[in-house]
Design a protein around this ligand. Structure first.
Ligand code: PGA
Length: 255
C-alpha cells in the first residue's frame, strides 16, 4: 500500500506563502515512489495551490479540503459543499478533526453526515478520530475511538469509497507530544480490527496517524505495520520539513 503524507495547514496560509511553498517543494522534489502527498489548505487557497502545483509539480501532490457542509448547496453562510471542493481541485476532505469537534461543537452525527456527503459527491473522506488525555488516563481510549468509528460506519450505505481514517490522539495534536509508535500501532490495530469486523472490505482502509509528526519521528511511525500515512499539522507548513517527511516515507515504501 502507498504511504500517505498529508499536510493539514489549518488556518495558516497566504497567497505569497502558497507560491513560496510550491517553489520550495519543487526545488527539493525527486521521485517519491509509493508516497501520496496531500495538502489540505484553507478552502480559499485551494484553487491557487492547484494552479501552482499543476505548473511546477504536475501530478505530484493531491489536494483536500478541511471541512464540508453535508448539503450540496443552499443558504448556509460561510460553508462550502463537497461539489465545491471538487470544483476547486480537492479530491480529499477531512471530517471530524478534533478542533472541529471541540471548538465548533461538531457531533458524531454531523461528522457522519459530512462523510456520507463526501462519498456521494466522489470526494475521499478522512475520518479523524482520537481520545483526549483525560479519556486515555481513564482507560477509555478504545471506547471513544470505537464510538467515533461506529457512529459513521453504521450509516454508510454507499460504502466508504477510497476514504481513510486518521487516528489523532487529541493530547498529541500541536503539543509536541507524539504517541509512541507502540501506542499508535496498538490503536491502529484496534481500528483495523473493528473495521474488518464490520465488513471485510474495510480491512483495506488506509489508517493515518496524526499528532506532532515531525521529520525526526516520522520514520519510526511509518515502520509500524498498521500505520499507512501521517496527517501533519505544524511540520507541514514549511516545504522543507514536509519534504523530509515525504522522503522518510519514500525510503520505507521502496524497502
Ligand atoms: P500537529 O497537528 O502535527 O501540529 O500536531 C496534527 C493535526 O491536527 O492534524
Amino acid at each position: 500500500m502507498a504511504l500517505f503524507v498529508a499536510g493539514n495547514w489549518k488556518m495558516f496560509a497566504s497567497r505569497a506563502g502558497v507560491t513560496q511553498f510550491v517553489d520550495e517543494l519543487a526545488s527539493h522534489w525527486h521521485t517519491a515512489d509509493g508516497v501520496v502527498p496531500v495538502v489540505f489548505p484553507p478552502t480559499g487557497y485551494l484553487a491557487q495551490l492547484q494552479t501552482e502545483l499543476a505548473a511546477k509539480l504536475p501530478g505530484c501532490v493531491a489536494l483536500g479540503g478541511q471541512r464540508i457542509h453535508p448539503e450540496p448547496q443552499g443558504a448556509f453562510t460561510g460553508e462550502s459543499s463537497a461539489a465545491m471542493m471538487l470544483d476547486l481541485g480537492a479530491s480529499w476532505v477531512l471530517a471530524g478533526h478534533s478542533e472541529r469537534r471541540t471548538l465548533f461543537g461538531e457531533t458524531d452525527e454531523m461528522v457522519a453526515a459530512q462523510v456520507k456527503a463526501a462519498i456521494v459527491a466522489g470526494l475521499k473522506p478522512v475520518l479523524c478520530v482520537g481520545e483526549t488525555l483525560a479519556q486515555r488516563q481513564a482507560g477509555e481510549a478504545e471506547q471513544v475511538v470505537a464510538r467515533q468509528l461506529d457512529s459513521v460506519f453504521a450509516k454508510l450505505d454507499a460504502g466508504f469509497g477510497e476514504g481513510a481514517v486518521a487516528y489523532e490522539p487529541v493530547w498529541a495534536i500541536g503539543t509536541g507530544e507524539t504517541a509512541s509508535p507502540d501506542q499508535a500501532q496498538q490503536m491502529h490495530a484496534f481500528v483495523r480490527e473493528r473495521l474488518s469486523a464490520m465488513d471485510a472490505k474495510l480491512a483495506e482502509v488506509p489508517l493515518w496517524y496524526g499528532g506532532s509528526v515531525k521529520p525526526d519521528n516520522a520514520a519510526e511511525l511509518f515502520a509500524a505495520p498498521d500505520i499507512d500515512g501521517a496527517l501533519i499539522g505544524g511540520a507541514s507548513l514549511a516545504a522543507a520539513s514536509f519534504w523530509q517527511i515525504i522522503e522518510q516515507a519514500a525510503g520505507l515504501t521502496s524497502a
